[in-house]
Ligand binder design. Structure first.
Ligand code: SAM
Length: 349
C-alpha cells in the first residue's frame, strides 16, 4: 500500500460483490464512467457551444457523495472506473476523490481507475494521479498544430497540453491519445498524429463525431466515417486487426510501419452495443444506461434518503434492468436535431 494513501477508512466500502450486475441482454456491467463536473476549460467546437449554461454548483453531488456512489457500484461488481467530465481536473479538490477511489485499486477491489482529460491541468496533477493508483489515462488531442488547436478548442493552450503529456509520461502514466476525426480539419493529419503518438510509446484512437447536444455548426459538415479514414490510411500504412482490448469500445489495429497501436471508435458506421459493459453517472447522480438514449435513473434521491446503501443498491438494480439494447445514432442532413439533446460533457466521453 502506498503511504500517501493513508489508512483505509470505511473498510466496508472496499468489500466487492463477486456477482456482476447483468442487464436484460445478458451483458455484465463492469465499467462505470463518472462525469465529475459538466464544466470545462475548453470549448471544443464539436462538443460544446461557446456559451454554455452549466449546472448551478448547488446541484452537484459532493465529492463524498460521489465516492459513496462509486463505492456502491464497486461493491456491485464494477471493476473499471473512469473519471471524466467536462474536464475532471478542473473540479475543485478532485484529487480527494481520486485518492479515495485509488484505495480500491490498492485493495484489489477495482482493476483500474483511470481518467479522460484534455491535458490542460496534467502538469500539476500527474505525479499525484500515479501515487493514487492511476496507471493509464486518455488525453484528448485533435491536432498537433497550435493554431488549429486554438481554433478547435477555442480556449485551449497547446503548449500547456504538451507539458501535461510530458509530465504524465515522466510520472509513469501510460497515455492513449484520443482524436475526434473531423473532415476538413484533421483528416489528413492522422498519419502525423500516429507517428507522434507511436514515436512516444502512446496508442492513438480516432473517434467518429456523435450527434449529441446543440452546437453552433452542423456536425454533418465535419463527419468523417472511419471506414473512409481507414481506406485513406491503408494507402500509406499496413493495418492488421489485433485482439487487444482495454475494456472500452475501441477496436485496435497494429500499424506495421510505426510499430504502434491505432484504435477506431465507430458509434456511427458500426455500433459496438452488443459488447457494451458500461453505464454513465453524472455529477448530479443521474445514471445513463446508454450514451445514445435519453432514459436515465435518479440515484441522488436514494443516496440521500438513507445513510445505509440498501435503497441505493435497489435503485441501481432497477436502473440496470432498464439498460437498452443499444443506440442508433444517425448523422445526416435530414436529421436536423442531435440524436440526444445533452452534450457529451454531461456524461463524459
Ligand atoms: N475534458 C475531457 C477531455 O477533453 O477528454 C473529458 C470530457 S470530453 C467530453 C471526452 C471526449 O469526448 C473527448 O475526447 C472529446 O473529444 C469527445 N467528444 C466530445 N464531444 C463529442 C462528440 N460530439 N462526438 C464524439 N466525441 C466527442
Amino acid at each position: 500500500m502506498n503511504s500517501f494513501l493513508g489508512p483505509v477508512g470505511k473498510t466496508e466500502a472496499l468489500t466487492p460483490n463477486s456477482e456482476p450486475m447483468i442487464d436484460p441482454f445478458g451483458r455484465a456491467v463492469t465499467y462505470l464512467r463518472v462525469s465529475v463536473t459538466d464544466r470545462c476549460d475548453f470549448r471544443c467546437t464539436y462538443c460544446m457551444s461557446e456559451h454554455m449554461t452549466f449546472l448551478p454548483k448547488k446541484d452537484l453531488l459532493t465529492l463524498e457523495e460521489l465516492n459513496r456512489l462509486c463505492s456502491a457500484f464497486i461493491q456491485k461488481g464494477v471493476r473499471k472506473l473512469r473519471l471524466t467530465g467536462g474536464e475532471p481536473l478542473v473540479r475543485k479538490n478532485i484529487m480527494e476523490l481520486v485518492r479515495n477511489l485509488g484505495r480500491h485499486v490498492y485493495a484489489g477491489t477495482l482493476d483500474e481507475l483511470t481518467l479522460t482529460t484534455n491535458g490542460s491541468q496534467l502538469a500539476r496533477n500527474a505525479e499525484e494521479l500515479y501515487d493514487c493508483g492511476v496507471r493509464r489515462i486518455n488525453v484528448s488531442l485533435d491536432t498537433l498544430d497550435p493554431v488549429k488547436f486554438k481554433q478547435i478548442t477555442r480556449w485551449g493552450d497547446f503548449s500547456k497540453v504538451m507539458k501535461g503529456i510530458d509530465a504524465a509520461q515522466k510520472a509513469g502514466l501510460q497515455i492513449k491519445l484520443n482524436a475526434v476525426a473531423l473532415k476538413d480539419f484533421n483528416e489528413f493529419e492522422i498519419p502525423e498524429m500516429m507517428r507522434f503518438a507511436h514515436g512516444r510509446g502512446m496508442d492513438l484512437t480516432v473517434i467518429e463525431t456523435m450527434p449529441m447536444g446543440e452546437i453552433e455548426e452542423d456536425r454533418t459538415d465535419r463527419y468523417l466515417p472511419l471506414s473512409q479514414l481507414r481506406t485513406q490510411l491503408e494507402e500509406q500504412f499496413t493495418l492488421s486487426d489485433i485482439p487487444y482490448k482495454t475494456g472500452g469500445p475501441a477496436r485496435y489495429f497494429k500499424v506495421t510501419e510505426t510499430g504502434g497501436r491505432l484504435g477506431f471508435i465507430t458509434p456511427l458506421t458500426h455500433n459496438f452495443c452488443e459488447s457494451c459493459n458500461r453505464v454513465r453517472l453524472t455529477c448530479t447522480g443521474t445514471l445513463y444506461m446508454c450514451l445514445g438514449q435519453n432514459d436515465a435513473a435518479d440515484l441522488r434521491t436514494a443516496l440521500r434518503a438513507s445513510e445505509d446503501d440498501g435503497l441505493l443498491s435497489n435503485a441501481i438494480d432497477e436502473a440496470i434492468l432498464r439498460k437498452p439494447k443499444g443506440h442508433d445514432f444517425i448523422i445526416d442532413r435530414t436529421h436536423k436535431r442531435p440524436a440526444v439533446a445533452r452534450h457529451m460533457s454531461v456524461t463524459g466521453g
